[in-house]
Design a protein around this ligand. Structure first.
Ligand code: THU
Length: 161
């Protein structure tokens, strides 16, 4: 028997002011984009904004529905939009933030399991890691160099061929 360990490193910044200019700008866009979310059921508003390698900026927000499972997370709204507007253009970074009527937005959140799977597929498809910049409306910022790090033991297309 052998025990394996999985671990990964990520960057922790105390505040947006510690980020470089481009990352700070993208995070501010994500914080602002939460205002476009449609979340009347959870009152939890998520904004995800991508910077593509060609400099294009695309935003996504969560879109809920009276039939709850129909709702879509900000990250998957974003990926579908990027793929449709800019097919085959790699994503460099995605900043994700949130606001809420019920809880304080003072720490980073990370994508749900389904969105991790979707982010991984996008990385694989365009053969480029997607950096994640995670933060609330204030407080610490986490920077993760590849979304795939959030999904160890992932099921991928390589199992199907
Ligand atoms: N949500 C996102 O949009 N992204 C996440 O990473 C976590 C959760 C949304 C789904 C739902 O509309 C609301 O936040 C509460 O779960």
């Amino acid at each position: 028997m052998k025990e394996n360990k999985f671990e990964f490193q990520y960057e922790v910044y105390d505040d947006i002011a510690e980020l470089d200019k481009q990352d700070a700008w993208l995070l501010r866009e994500a914080r602002t984009a939460t205002g476009q979310a449609y979340a009347p059921y959870s009152n939890f508003y998520v904004g995800a904004v991508a910077m593509l390698v060609n400099g294009s900026i695309v935003a996504g927000t969560n879109q809920e529905n009276a039939s709850y499972p129909v709702g879509i997370c900000a990250e998957r709204v974003l990926l579908g939009t990027v793929a449709s507007l800019h097919p085959n253009v790699e994503i460099k970074s995605i900043a994700i933030s949130y606001s809420s009527d019920n809880v304080k937005s003072d720490h980073p959140i990370s994508p749900c399991g389904m969105c991790r799977q979707a982010l991984l597929e996008y990385e694989t498809r365009l053969k480029k890691p997607i950096r994640l910049i995670l933060s609330g409306q204030e407080g610490k910022v986490f920077v993760i160099r590849s979304a795939s790090l959030l999904l160890p033991f992932a099921f991928t297309s390589s199992e199907l061929k």
